[in-house]
Design a protein around this ligand. Structure first.
Ligand SMILES: Cc1ncc(COP(=O)(O)O)c(C=O)c1O
Length: 392
């Protein structure tokens, strides 16, 4: 007979088997489920409380969410009509591989469908890139103070993540190029950057890409691309088409479909082919596929979004200037304000929440003295400024 050494144990509360929340949970000892150390070190995503729960708790009528860089205008009618037209077909699986959406996007960007991958949000495509390309001793280089989703994905893959400090709240492309070694498999750039709102220019990008060796894959996360379309200096990655660059874009921001979960990636077919090998075949879902196909052609809708955003950004930054509050000039649908301390941010966040306005404190992004405000509708922006005047 084989001899097993006893497995390590852990104590948990036997809670989930009980329907009655008033019942006392019993402590039980169970075998410790061993997971790799890089999974043990992760923390689960902490969702904010749902608006209805907050309204009831705070006794407020209206809740203004300026915390998540969502689009306040609501989704395009063209997307809603496309969804309605297929609603009764949801007993069927979606088109496998999202072929029609890929063809539509290929048409818009004048590439082949083989150059396009679609997914349940651009973050899902990012996850598939991480799964497809990273293992073992590979290293990823990026900046501090950028999209947390990338950090989580890289850490959960168990590969080394090198974070270079921001310079004046911008990606320090020179330092990032210097941090690249023979182990670097991937460099992640977010342009314009969440949460700082800053962008690097064509000249800065061209100087950077010259220094990056061919073995390095560069992800250019352009989730906020539409808000920079009018800026001549913005280095739109699709105007370069480097063989080692993967572009990521989203329908969650300018196209107001964050809840539907749909995004896309573009790059050389040889890279896209690997991403498609690990992708779940039926994402994004059927409604997301048809809505995105309609929205990407809806230039009238996009025009209205950019107008509301420009107006809101102008209003907020004018107010900040008049009040003498520091802010970081932004090329996105949000603006970041540095303050003196993390305590100050907490005071502002808690005060605003009591008034029914949610903003995003940025400690989790490594910027504990900063907070971020998403551009809302004109009256939402005004309500935010009025609340800020009370608590800043
Ligand atoms: C920079 C950046 N990349 C990616 C995402 C994820 O976008 P999606 O909703 O398409 O997954 C976000 C969302 O906040 C983001 O800010």
């Amino acid at each position: 007979m084989m001899n097993f050494s006893p497995p390590p144990t852990t104590t948990i509360q036997r809670l989930w088997q009980m329907n009655d929340p008033s019942a006392r949970a019993e402590s039980v000892t169970v075998p410790k489920r061993l997971v790799p150390p890089h999974i043990e070190a992760l923390n689960a995503y902490q969702p904010g409380r749902p608006p209805d729960a907050l309204k009831a708790e705070l006794g407020i009528e209206r809740f203004i969410n300026l915390a998540s860089n969502e689009n306040p205008l609501g989704p395009p009618k063209s997307a809603l009509d496309a969804i309605k037209a297929v609603l009764t077909d949801i007993n069927r699986y979606p088109e496998s591989g999202g072929f029609r959406l890929r063809e539509t996007l290929a048409d818009v960007y004048r590439v082949k469908a083989e150059n396009v991958v679609v997914g349940s949000g651009s973050e899902s495509i990012m996850a598939n890139i991480v799964r497809a390309f990273l293992h073992g001793d590979d290293e990823v280089v990026t900046s501090e103070g950028t999209f947390i989703g990338l950090y989580v994905l890289v850490n959960s893959q168990g590969v080394k993540l090198v974070k270079v400090p921001l310079k004046d709240y911008k990606f320090d492309l020179d330092a990032i190029a210097e941090a690249v070694t023979e182990k670097t498999k991937l460099v992640y750039l977010c342009n314009p950057n969440n949460p700082t709102g800053t962008m690097f220019s064509r000249a800065e990008f061209e100087n950077f890409i010259k220094k990056v060796p061919d073995h390095v894959l560069v992800i250019l996360d352009e989730a906020y691309f539409e808000f920079t379309m009018g800026i001549a200096e913005f280095p739109d990655s699709m105007t370069y088409r480097y063989d080692n660059v993967l572009t990521l874009r989203s329908f969650s921001k300018a196209y107001a479909m964050a809840g539907l979960r749909v995004g896309y990636g573009m790059g050389h077919e040889y890279l896209i082919n690997y991403v498609n090998r690990v992708k779940l075949p039926f994402e994004p879902n059927m409604l997301a596929q048809v809505a995105a196909s309609a929205a990407i052609k809806d230039t009238t809708y996009l025009g209205g979004v950019l107008e509301n955003n420009d107006e809101g950004m102008r209003y907020l930054t004018n107010e900040f200037q008049k009040l003498g509050w520091e802010y970081v000039p932004s090329s996105t649908n949000f603006v970041m304000l540095p303050t003196k301390s993390a305590e100050k941010v907490k005071q502002i966040h808690d005060g605003l929440l009591r008034e029914g306005v949610a903003i995003r404190p940025l400690a989790a992004f490594g910027l504990p003295h900063c907070f971020r405000i998403t551009i809302g509708l004109p009256d939402e922006n005004e309500a935010c400024v009025n609340a800020l005047k009370k608590y800043y």
